[in-house]
Design a protein around this ligand. Structure first.
Ligand SMILES: *[C@@H]1O[C@H](CO)[C@@H](O)[C@H](O)[C@H]1NC(C)=O
Ligand SMILES: *[C@@H]1O[C@H](CO)[C@@H](O)[C@H](O)[C@H]1NC(C)=O
Ligand SMILES: *[C@@H]1O[C@H](CO)[C@@H](O)[C@H](O)[C@H]1NC(C)=O
Ligand SMILES: *[C@@H]1O[C@H](CO)[C@@H](O)[C@H](O)[C@H]1NC(C)=O
Ligand SMILES: *[C@@H]1O[C@H](CO)[C@@H](O)[C@H](O)[C@H]1NC(C)=O
Ligand SMILES: *[C@@H]1O[C@H](CO)[C@@H](O)[C@H](O)[C@H]1NC(C)=O
Ligand SMILES: *[C@@H]1O[C@H](CO)[C@@H](O)[C@H](O)[C@H]1NC(C)=O
Ligand SMILES: *[C@@H]1O[C@H](CO)[C@@H](O)[C@H](O)[C@H]1NC(C)=O
Ligand SMILES: *[C@@H]1O[C@H](CO)[C@@H](O)[C@H](O)[C@H]1NC(C)=O
Ligand SMILES: *[C@@H]1O[C@H](CO)[C@@H](O)[C@H](O)[C@H]1NC(C)=O
Length: 765
């Protein structure tokens, strides 16, 4: 199953594989045709058909470099291509991108035969067809504890001076969120380009480029990119709302940070070109709400691009994907990336279903009609309207075309684009819709901009509604709209059903996702009016996905970068992870979509707490060269490791380490097929008070003995580094489960530095 694309969860499509796994996770325009239900069987590639390949080559020998480095690189790359023919047709082989920073290599239109010829040339490393990509806030900064004129927001200067690069679907620069009121000019080092052809950049959007022959400008023709950019760094906009809902002052997490926009499309070649440019432009933070289907990092363009960004000190924040709640589908899980899962906020846009028998069920909708009648309407279950059409329960177009739904409220099942279902009900004369979750999505509901009065209910409530319909001859219901309810939900933050879970298959010794951030029903800028034919207009939209949570963390990283300009990307990540919250507003453990305590493969370190991240006490830093030993330890070949490093590497002379030995702020230990006793070391750097003493607190996973040596760490200087050793031993009392979890934390008078521990006991398949 292909799973790439924008990690937002708005207009999903029904997939074949299951309504379950990807039914509401989705994705963009780009992959529509790739979903099995619509696509025909893919044909075997013709030997002569051209495709875009990502080609890795060795760096050219220094003595060959005579002219400007970029010209030389390009002619080196061209030497791998087939001699050009006279043809000027669309299918002409051609160099699409020459990469300079992310790795040595290029993207080119080639046939399998061309690739065969290329393989014989000296300096060739690898070539493979590119994978297409999939695209995986008024209130959310407040929910994260950021408030205007006080605390960390003020202290970090709202991210002033920091540049966030956003790789996405472009941006609408005229949106009020991108006003440069109060913004300083870009830093002197900035030399990025501005490719709008109808306007110029300003002090908010300081650069904008596009990477695809399909585009003529970096303008956003989707909405996703405008939404994510404004979530990371949108300026303050008063009175932002969607049809009156969620009204308030909208702001990004780093409202005074600059934005550099890289509009990318369609596949790895474009993504790499965007990352190459962002590295050259020297952004400080790179935000990617998209992903690629990958089974290892060496074939993952985002992992490779992020590596060179990290080497240059750029912090990379990525969405973890919308493959939840199923295990092991987390994306963008390289240890040099911050991998972000999605959680709810404490704002609900209430829509209550009231049944004829007086039962009531609370759901959500962003469309809150003021004058929907309180009277009861006839209620019908779509699944009972068209026995000959298996898609009828999902209220698909055509399925209900001959059914009598005029004047009724129609109950539809989740699966496929949600708003579209309302359009189908509306076109048949229905007055309202009750949308029911399927089992796996449990209690995660969406507040969508529906075109008809609607409420989206949990799976458990759906069963009760269907039972009621069965129990009476004339079922009836109405929907009562309750407006924006803030602070109402003491369970927040809750892990979203769609948020991708670990284990992290490409590197099971690194726990992923790293962190949770707001990603459910997020209000942020939108390039077009979200038209619902009710004469209401909005330039904001509410959507969900890990696409929405990643830019929150990009904003947090920008605030930290502004407050601590010398912290490395690994230090910023450590600060974010070791200070995360593990309890909800009611001080209970963070829950998942089933309202059960969420496990560590869903939460990672927990929910981001920006103010605490500003003062972590200790950090787990990682020097870029430590990743060489890590990559060698993954048993990648010298050439494969060399792709990341852009130089020759010989793993038999580099030290090679186990994944779990990387100085990571969390632990993922695997006992299956491995030694039942494992020892790792960690090094912590003191960034708190010079004189401070930390004691270890251990909560061992069930059936695992965890010993830390030494048990106290006494620091006398700032930036002093101390080592400790941690020994994990599997006990006979270990339960017969796939994994167990615990944590260890270092506490001092003023700090608590917590690392989650996941211990896998069986290999997941
Ligand atoms: C400018 O961009 C628009 C699309 O945003 C495109 O239609 C137009 O052709 C472009 N003009 C030029 C001169 O490239
Ligand atoms: C939103 O709030 C502002 C300020 O409180 C108010 O002036 C405005 O009328 C509100 N807009 C809507 C649509 O409720
Ligand atoms: C049932 O579904 C089929 C196929 O989508 C459609 O042609 C037919 O009109 C539908 N019947 C009713 C009663 O809606
Ligand atoms: C249903 O499909 C028809 C034909 O494709 C289209 O004209 C119509 O707009 C669709 N209706 C809805 C509600 O999407
Ligand atoms: C309602 O009745 C239908 C048809 O008799 C049955 O298939 C379905 O399981 C019932 N649903 C509930 C929730 O009882
Ligand atoms: C959440 O989901 C579970 C499982 O579907 C259900 O048992 C529980 O009642 C739900 N809780 C709430 C608060 O809806
Ligand atoms: C790499 O190979 C060594 C030796 O065969 C093995 O012990 C180790 O588990 C492998 N590591 C990974 C990550 O596969
Ligand atoms: C790597 O280093 C080892 C040990 O020094 C040496 O035997 C081997 O030839 C080297 N490999 C390459 C490809 O240089
Ligand atoms: C462990 O659990 C699995 C099912 O999860 C079961 O098949 C197996 O028999 C159990 N093993 C023991 C020793 O209880
Ligand atoms: C803890 O913080 C307080 C207030 O910031 C400070 O006065 C105190 O010295 C700190 N404690 C230690 C052990 O540094």
């Amino acid at each position: 199953m292909e799973d790439y694309g924008i990690h937002s969860n708005n207009n999903s499509l029904l997939t074949n594989m299951a309504f379950l796994s990807l039914g509401i996770t989705i994705f963009s325009i780009f992959c529509i045709t790739r979903l099995p239900i619509f696509a025909s069987e893919s044909e075997a590639p013709n030997k002569h058909t051209l495709e875009t390949y990502i080609v890795h080559v060795e760096a050219p020998d220094a003595h060959l470099m005579s002219h400007s480095p970029s010209e030389d690189l390009e002619s080196w790359y061209r030497s791998f291509l087939p001699a050009t023919t006279a043809s000027t047709s669309e299918d002409e082989t051609r160099l699409v991108y020459s990469y300079r920073h992310v790795f040595k290599g290029f993207a080119a239109r080639l046939s399998p035969n061309h690739v065969k010829d290329m393989e014989k040339k000296n300096g060739f490393i690898s070539a493979r067809p590119q994978k297409p990509m999939s695209l995986h806030t008024t209130h959310s900064p407040n929910f994260l504890g950021l408030s205007q004129n006080t605390g960390f927001w003020k202290h970090s200067n709202y991210g002033k001076g920091v540049i966030i690069g956003v790789l996405d679907t472009g941006v609408l620069p005229e949106h009020p969120s991108f006003s440069d009121k109060g913004m300083p000019p870009p830093p002197a080092r900035w030399k990025g380009k501005c490719q709008f052809n109808h306007t110029t950049c300003n002090n908010k959007i300081i650069g904008a480029r596009y990477f695809s022959a399909e585009y003529l400008s970096p303008l956003d023709d989707d909405g996703h990119g405008t939404h994510t950019a404004s979530t990371a760094a949108g300026n303050f906009v008063e009175g932002a709302n969607v049809f009156g809902s969620a009204n308030g002052t909208a702001a990004g997490v780093a409202p005074l940070a600059h934005l550099a926009i890289y509009k990318v499309c369609c596949g790895e070649g474009d993504i790499l070109a965007g990352m190459d440019a962002a590295v050259e432009d020297r952004v400080d933070v790179l935000s990617l709400s998209l992903g690629l289907e990958t089974i290892n990092f060496r074939q993952d363009a985002i992992a490779i691009g992020a590596f060179s960004a990290m080497q240059k000190g750029i912090f990379v924040s990525c969405s973890g994907g919308n493959g939840g709640p199923f295990s092991g589908l987390v994306r963008n899980g390289a240890p040099w990336i911050l991998t972000v899962g999605a959680s709810t906020i404490d704002r609900k846009l209430g829509a209550r279903a009231v049944l004829g028998n007086k039962q009531q069920f609370d759901g959500q909708s962003a469309f809150q009609p003021r004058n929907f009648p309180k009277k009861l309407f006839p209620l019908v279950y779509a699944g009972m309207l068209n026995a000959s059409d298996e898609y009828a329960p999902y209220c698909f177009n055509e399925s209900l075309s001959q059914s009598n739904i005029r004047g009724k409220i129609v109950v539809c099942e989740l699966g496929g684009p949600r708003i579209q279902k309302g359009a189908v009900v509306k076109s048949g004369g229905g007055v309202g819709m009750i949308l029911l979750n399927y089992e796996e999505y449990a209690n995660t509901t969406s507040a969508d901009v529906h075109v008809i009065p609607t409420t989206h209910l949990s799976y458990a409530d759906g069963l009760k509604i269907k039972a009621y319909i069965n129990s009476t001859r004339n079922p009836s219901a109405t929907i009562s709209f309750q407006g924006t309810l803030i602070g109402d939900d003491h369970h927040a933050p809750v892990v979203a059903a769609f948020s991708s879970r670990g284990p992290n298959y490409p590197s099971p010794g690194i726990l992923k996702p790293d962190i949770l951030g707001p990603g459910v029903n997020i209000l942020a800028a939108w390039p077009t009016s979200v038209e619902n034919k009710h004469n209401t207009k909005s330039t904001f939209n509410i959507i969900s996905g890990t696409s929405m949570s990643a830019p929150h963390l990009s904003g947090v990283a920008a605030l930290l970068k502004s407050a601590h300009p010398h912290w490395s990307p690994a230090a910023i990540k450590s600060a974010i992870m070791t200070t995360a919250d593990v309890v909800n507003l009611a001080h209970n453990p963070i829950e998942d979509e089933k309202s059960l305590p969420a496990n560590v493969f869903a939460t990672g370190a927990g929910q981001v707490n920006p103010s605490r991240a500003n003062d972590p006490g200790l950090i787990y830093d990682i020097n870029p060269k430590d990743y060489v030993s890590y990559l060698c330890g993954l048993n990648y070949t010298n050439r494969q490791v060399g792709i990341f490093l852009q130089r020759r590497v010989n793993c038999s002379v580099e030290s090679s380490i186990a994944e779990a030995q990387l100085n990571y702020p969390s632990f993922s230990i695997n006992f299956y097929g491995k030694s039942t006793s494992q020892v790792y070391t960690r090094t912590v750097t003191n960034v708190g008070e010079a004189d401070s003493s930390y004691r270890v607190v251990i909560s061992p996973p069930r059936g695992v003995d965890v010993q830390v040596e030494p048990t106290t760490l006494k620091f006398s200087k700032i930036n002093q580094k101390l080592k400790y050793e941690v020994k994990f031993k599997l006990l006979a009392s270990a339960p017969n489960t796939t994994f167990v979890q615990g944590f260890l934390k270092w506490t001092s008078q003023n700090h608590s530095v917590r690392s989650p521990i996941a211990v896998s006991l069986k290999e997941l398949h």
